[in-house]
Design a protein around this ligand. Structure first.
Ligand code: ADP
Ligand code: MG
Length: 370
């Protein structure tokens, strides 16, 4: 799809890009990352011929771009930069359609594109199409900037630190949106950032540059597992230490070695076990050790004198989750359930452990501070 073939550039005696060769497949989200001044922006600008290499070739769909008319090339490459610069005197709809208009698309087709793109980012057409940039937040303007880059359906979209001026919340939501758009539209995106977190979240493949060289090109998981140099390891920083939040499962946070009691056991035995372990509920299992529910000291006090075994007192209202479930979702469930703990089950319905707010908090502290 996009191929750099021994591309070099120098300004005077200074080497800016040193013999870059790499290939990006169609539909891939490629992220260029590296320290300031390493040549990210320069590399990006070569793809739409804002800068020409001294030597080497760049191929877009097997066509050498030096043979393509520059204006034509730029109309077919979306470009988003940090300061998006919407035209202040044009509406959202007009801004989005700048390139389609240059390409002389009929009005109905332009309108349809504006409509579809706005819908895709949950900005209803009726509400936003006729607004002016000054009537919107910075995040909304940047969103429109991205739609503008996508409007003429270019095969490649170049993005140079498009979110670096935004607050973290807006930045996060735009990252998710761009990734969604890319997947829905199957776009090839070359995205520049100096933020490793952003790179790890978005990239199918990360290209790490330093002093005009490619130091490592690898999918995020591979780079995390096997950083090629100490510099990359430093960039990966805390990410390298362990799994990303999305990968954390309830297993990381659960307390194990939980006391259980068989449902056929007597009330007295159950009470003495609670006293011995200083707990006010116990997890109840059947003879196959399958989880049945919980029994509480309060229920035993209330009705314990009329039953022989704890079986009739077992409640199964405590929420259960399974090993491997996403940690954050389980934590949300724990908080919203109002229960003091959730029971974590193995696949065979035996008890693996419990998670409490305290076990979550201490495990989280360990993740953060080691
Ligand atoms: N017009 C120019 N003349 C001379 N040097 C330049 C010019 N533009 C960029 N550079 C140098 O090229 C290197 C790469 O710049 P750039 O691609 O903007 O880096 P990045 O985007 O990774 O921060 C830097 O050392 C920069 O100083
Ligand atoms: Mg730059």
């Amino acid at each position: 799809m996009l191929r750099f073939d021994h591309v070099s550039l120098s300004y005077g005696s200074q080497t800016i890009l040193n013999n870059l060769s790499f290939e990006i497949q169609e539909g891939q989200f490629a992220v260029l990352i590296g320290p300031s001044g390493c040549g990210k922006t320069t590399t990006l600008k070569m793809i739409n011929r804002l800068i020409q290499p001294n030597s080497g070739h760049i191929y877009l769909n097997d066509q050498d771009i030096s043979a393509v008319d520059r204006v034509e090339l730029r109309r077919h490459t979306g470009y988003v930069i940090q300061q998006i610069g919407l035209f202040p005197n044009m509406t959202v709809a007009q801004n989005i359609c700048v390139v389609p208009k240059l390409l002389k698309w009929p009005k109905e087709k332009c309108d349809q594109v504006v409509h579809d793109l706005l819908e895709m980012v949950n900005m209803p057409f009726d509400q936003y199409a006729h607004k002016y940039p000054s009537e919107m937040s910075g995040g909304q303007q940047q969103r429109i900037g991205i739609l503008r880059a996508l409007a003429a359906s270019p095969p490649v979209v170049l993005m140079d630190e498009p979110f670096s001026a935004l607050d973290p919340m807006t930045r996060r939501s735009l990252q998710i949106e761009v990734k969604n758009l890319q997947q829905k539209l199957n776009k090839t995106i070359i995205f520049v950032t100096h933020d490793m977190e952003e790179a790890l979240d978005l990239a199918d493949v990360i290209i790490f540059m330093d002093h005009g060289n490619i130091v490592q090109m690898a999918p995020p998981e591979e780079m995390l597992e096997n950083p090629a140099t100490d510099q990359i390891r430093d960039f990966l920083g805390k990410h390298h230490a362990g799994p990303s939040p999305e990968q954390l499962t309830v297993d990381h946070f659960m307390r194990t070695g939980i006391i259980t009691v068989n449902q056929n056991r007597g009330v007295n035995e159950c009470v003495s076990r609670m006293q011995h372990h200083n707990v006010d509920t116990l997890l109840v299992v059947d003879e196959y050790r399958h989880y049945q529910g919980t029994v509480s000291i309060a229920d035993i006090r209330l009705t314990g004198h009329v039953v022989k075994t704890i079986g009739p007192l077992v409640r199964n209202s405590t929420p259960t989750v399974h090993r491997g479930d996403n940690a954050k979702e389980c934590f949300d469930q724990l908080v919203s359930s109002g229960f003091p703990y959730l029971v974590v089950l193995n696949d065979d319905q035996t008890v693996a452990g419990i998670i409490t707010k305290t076990s979550m908090a201490s495990a989280m502290a360990e993740q953060l501070w080691g």
